[in-house]
Design a protein. Structure first.
Length: 214
């Protein structure tokens, strides 16, 4: 069994790993566990994602697990500065290589989710029925309209104002949708295989993690 640390930027991603991804990966001889991104002092937990912060945290965790990867949103990088998701992943990898003793590139897999975790949930708009207080024909139609406008849920992000999370806040009445409460529930209802079927970048990431268990 290969132990894989998945560094997450927030509690929603942590719960997704625990409830959905970790059980799924067990069938492939991978024991995945989530680790919430934090500063060395422990004073700052989650959010505030930068390449430097990821490098420091992953370098610290490197020798405490068999393999290490990330689940962080492209939209949330505070130091993106025009870099693509591939450039951000490469810069994280380069930083870890330069700051980690005994580094082996085969054991590290920086992954930047396009564009947000919430985008994955648009794989199946019907699963949003878990948002019981906000679920109605109007919200269902709005969710389907968003999904049908893009070839993949990973493409949903026209601007900072229309990122997946912003769309959900506009579709559901204030307070009806809770990212940390409903996000993992919806993802679990959809299932990892269904998400992989519509989200090629996510699918490629999971495929690489599965390969670690072989």
């Amino acid at each position: 069994m290969t132990r894989v640390c998945i560094v997450c930027e927030g509690q929603t991603e942590v719960e997704f790993v625990k409830s959905c991804l970790a059980p799924y990966l067990l069938n492939h001889q991978v024991q995945a566990f989530a680790s919430l991104l934090q500063s060395p002092s422990g004073n700052h937990r989650g959010g505030r994602v930068t390449v430097e912060r990821l490098v420091r945290f992953m370098s610290h965790q490197y020798h405490q697990t068999d393999r290490i990867t990330t689940l962080v949103d492209f939209y949330g990088f505070q130091d993106r500065n025009g870099r693509s998701h591939a450039q951000l992943e490469a810069d994280v990898r380069t930083g870890i290589a330069a700051s980690t003793t005994g580094y082996d590139e085969r054991f590290v897999l920086p992954y930047v989710q396009m564009h947000e975790f919430e985008g994955l949930l648009f794989t199946d708009p019907e699963a949003f029925e878990w948002v019981e207080d906000g679920w109605n024909e109007q919200s269902r139609a709005a969710l389907k309209q968003v999904r049908e406008a893009f070839s993949s849920p990973e493409d949903i992000n026209d601007s900072p104002q229309t990122a997946p999370s912003k769309r959900l806040l506009s579709i559901f009445e204030k307070g009806a949708y809770s990212k940390t409460e409903h996000g993992p529930l919806i993802a679990e209802a959809i299932g990892v295989d269904a998400i992989r079927g519509q989200c090629p970048k996510f699918d490629a990431w999971v495929t690489q993690i599965q390969a670690w268990g072989k």
